[in-house]
Design a protein around this ligand. Structure first.
Ligand code: ZN
Length: 72
């Protein structure tokens, strides 16, 4: 099935650590039918992804040092 790939800009509001993560989602009909889960395929050193239902795609990326969300 086709995937929609895109980049996410990361910046920690506490320490200023920045980077780009790669993510993918189902595209088109699958997405509209509720397959909105986002998958992080690459993240830079110093960040980790955590489940968070309040974020788009149900995933948040946080700075491992500060524990702060790095998604803008
Ligand atoms: Zn930080």
């Amino acid at each position: 099935m086709a995937k929609d790939r895109f980049k996410l800009k990361l910046k920690c509001p506490s320490c200023g650590l920045a980077g780009m993560a790669d993510a993918e989602e189902e595209e088109g009909w699958a997405y509209l039918k509720g397959k909105t889960a986002r998958r992080i395929t690459h993240k830079p050193d110093g960040f980790k992804d955590v489940e968070d239902n309040k974020k788009p795609g149900g995933i948040d990326i946080v700075c491992t040092q500060c524990g702060e969300s790095a998604l803008s």
